[in-house]
Write a protein that binds this ligand. Structure first.
Ligand code: GDD
Ligand code: MN
Length: 378
């Protein structure tokens, strides 16, 4: 057993002859330039005497977070940066950071100083020394606190989310929504193929996907208020959270993007009906109203898929407009297939509802398959 996490003073991990660190701290960051230096200083102090490295995973932040990481890395071999271009997402950033590690243990923490680094040692020791698979920094066990949640509204959301999630969790856990934890890297790696990898809740994703029931320890910590920068949590992140749970409940049977695409499609039908109704009240004829409704629904569907279903590879600028054009062509072809198939089934079967649903189902699969390969290139 390697209980030697407190061997001698830590030297830079990249020196000739140096071995891999015992623990990699994976830090997802987006627009956290001002927090990088304080973070490394805090880690140096908290992990003194251990062999560690920190891996910042940055999604090409406009504030140049990665430049700050690289400037520090030149002076300190324990600092590494992973730069992702054209991608977004806390969970997927963590996954890639962990996969780039060679350490036996990985720890994950936010890059905005809200997680208390002085608890890291306890989290790491629980896994390295005491045989736990995962150790979770928890705001919801005795001694922990959620002080850093900026508003009562966020506290309410967070508490309700936790209550729902606890109903489907395989283990008892006070704070399954935490983003602060340490775990065995090999277990994480075996979990990766089953992860949804979407949204903010990587730890929850790990618990719902792990191939075996993990041995877990919760360590209380106080969630600090943010000192610099701002939170990236927004409504779309909440929707992604719902999609992640949906994916888990479907046990990965349907791809998560297909579920998102289908839900967006349902909203599109409502948009279409709403526009048709407005048209009717304004006195347009049915065909014009239906044309308008279809157009508006296509544009809103494209926008929602771009912002939500394919948020991690969102198109912007010129590529977005080209994508919209292509999306309309694909959907139009889907509509032709829809009507064609529905008519064929209707003529042999005679049932309106069945024929119509079969046509629509084929169109959704077509739209999804073609747009995900041609527009968002999954
Ligand atoms: N690479 C990358 N890409 N990093 C991201 C992204 C992204 O798209 N979005 C957010 N991050 C980084 C932030 O820069 C920060 O370091 C960390 O992920 C957390 O993001 P915040 O926006 O500060 O989240 P929060 O404070 O609302 O919530 C966090 O803390 C909770 C309490 O522990 C999250 O980590 C939650 O998962 C966690 O439960
Ligand atoms: Mn934060």
């Amino acid at each position: 057993m390697n209980a030697g996490l407190s061997r001698g003073p830590a030297g830079p991990a990249c020196e000739a002859g140096a071995t891999a660190a015992d623990v990699s701290i994976v830090v997802p960051c987006y627009n956290e330039r001002a927090n990088v230096r304080p973070m490394v200083a805090a880690l140096s102090q908290a992990l003194a005497g251990r062999e560690w490295e920190v891996i910042f995973v940055d999604d090409n932040s406009p504030d140049g977070t990665i430049d700050e990481v690289r400037a520090l890395a030149e002076q300190d071999g324990r600092v590494r940066g992973v730069l992702r271009v054209g991608r977004r997402g806390l969970s997927s950033a963590v996954i890639e950071g962990v996969l780039s590690s060679s350490a036996r243990i990985v720890a994950v923490m936010d890059g905005d100083m809200q997680h208390d680094e002085s608890c890291l040692g306890q989290l790491i020791d629980a896994v390295a020394r005491d045989g736990y698979d995962i150790a979770v920094g928890s705001r919801h066990v005795a001694g922990g606190d959620n002080a850093g949640l900026a508003s009562g509204w966020r506290t309410f959301l967070s508490d309700s989310g936790i209550r729902i999630v606890q109903m489907i969790l395989p283990v008892r856990l006070g704070d399954p929504m935490s983003g602060f934890f340490a775990m065995r890297r090999d277990l994480f790696e075996r979990t990766v193929p089953r992860l949804s990898g979407t949204g903010f809740k990587i730890l929850l994703d790990v618990f719902l996907s792990a191939p075996q029931r993990p041995r877990v320890l919760e360590v209380p910590f106080v969630f600090r208020p943010r000192a610099a920068g701002e939170s990236k949590l927004d409504v779309l992140v909440l929707l992604q959270f719902a999609a992640m749970l949906g994916d888990k409940l479907c046990r990965g049977f349907l791809p998560i993007r297909f579920i998102g695409f289908g839900l967006v499609g349902l909203i599109g039908i409502l948009v279409n009906l709403a526009v048709l109704e407005i048209g009717r009240r304004c006195g347009t004829d049915f065909a014009t109203g239906q044309w308008l409704g279809t157009l508006v629904a296509m544009v809103t569907n494209f926008w929602m898929n771009n912002a939500l279903t394919y948020r991690d590879r969102r198109l912007r600028g010129m590529r977005m407009w080209l994508g919209l054009g292509l999306f309309m062509v694909i959907c139009a072809a889907g509509a032709v297939a829809d009507v064609g198939i529905a008519r064929a089934i209707f003529s042999s079967d005679g049932q309106w509802g069945l024929a119509s649903m079969a046509g629509a189902a084929i169109a959704v699969v077509w739209n999804y398959a073609v747009s995900s390969t041609l527009i968002w290139r999954v």
